[in-house]
Design a protein around this ligand. Sequence first.
Ligand code: SDX
Length: 391
Amino acid sequence: QTGFSTLDTGFVNTAATKSAITYIDGDQGILRYRGYPIEQVAANSTFLETAWLLIYGELPTADELASFDARIRRHTLLHEDLRRFFDALPASAHPMSVLSSAVGALSTFYEDTMDVHDPAKVEIQMIRLLAKLPVIAAYAHKKSLGQAFLYPDNSLSFVDNFLKLNFGTMAEPYVVNPVLSKALERLLILHEDHEQNASTSTVRLVGSTEANMYSSISAGISALYGPLHGGANEAVLKMLAEIRDSGQGVARFVERVKNKEEGVKLMGFGHRVYKNYDPRAKLVKESADEVLAALGVKDELLDIALELEQVALSDEYFISRRLYPNVDFYTGIIYKAMGFPPRMFTVLFAIGRLPGWIAHWREMNLDPSTKIGRPQQLYIGSPARDWPTER
Ligand code: SDX
């Protein structure tokens, strides 16, 4: 099936990026990874199997997946100098700043493999990023807590190793909670790709200059950090807590949004493409109910979110602007129940999105017809004029 998944406006926009990875129909609320509906992928796959699908276009054989998983496990260790990199940063540093800096620094350790057109060198950059990003993320979390870093445990799965690095300590053995493991696997899958969103377009633009994969992904992490994009999941929790702590109530907050008081927005609502319910939001909301029940967590912020959604979905202001919950609306409530601090929420988004960034970067750089990116401009400035003689 071909067609502009986000630009179907009746004309052929030759400037549109062509990609075979993800298809979105914003009006129908459809999202497919290499043709597979997101609902089926989330119900049946694992993070690494989906990563392979996005990167190579087909589901892996059992041997391919086993070898992919094994190669990633064998690259989880950071260079000891990169571990010391964290000593230079303040504990107050936002984990997203730490992530983009540390990933950018990764390229300094691997001069020999930084090639954008050699499939073997592209592959090792990809394996290193998939293996090391979760470790860097967990170290950013531990740094903010002032806790000692653990070394990766290659006997664990991708998700379980990540959970242990975040919540394990040197003082006692860590037992992975299967509820957390299953829920996080599903959330990461839901974030793996989303076509030409701001951070993926950033990765493609930087990669089109033949910058290495590490530097391109570092730029994508910076783009994701913004509260209008990946940073929204952290902003949603701030918004829900403000509604709770201020005592203003949901109805009063919604009025402030509608009055556009000092730019107050309903964070986690609205989308550049989905003008219907974001299919991922439905799946995340299901997980929220399951995880909180399984963990025996009662979170009044979830109650506020549910009330906010009900009010917004029945209010003409939001209906007329086709504003529905997006992927970020409920994720923070689950991450909080798992024990992650709000400043780690967008880092979790980045770990999920990494396979999509890699798939797009690789699709572009292994295509010999790729040219350096140069977004079109419509000039609306002054007409030609002469320099003033009296100056
Ligand atoms: C992600 O692109 C992707 O695929 C991104 C993503 C991915 O997987 O990569 O899906 C992840 O980034 C999801 C979006 C997370 N961001 C937020 O939740 C932040 C809150 N949302 C808004 O900032 C906004 O909805 C955007 C940025 C997401 C989309 O903006 P649009 O499509 O450009 O909408 P717009 O700014 O043109 O707004 C249209 C109208 C305006 O009102 P009017 O000027 O017509 O009166 O809707 C209003 C806006 O003020 N509006 C909102 C609103 N979003 C839009 N009003 C209140 N709350 C909101 N959230």
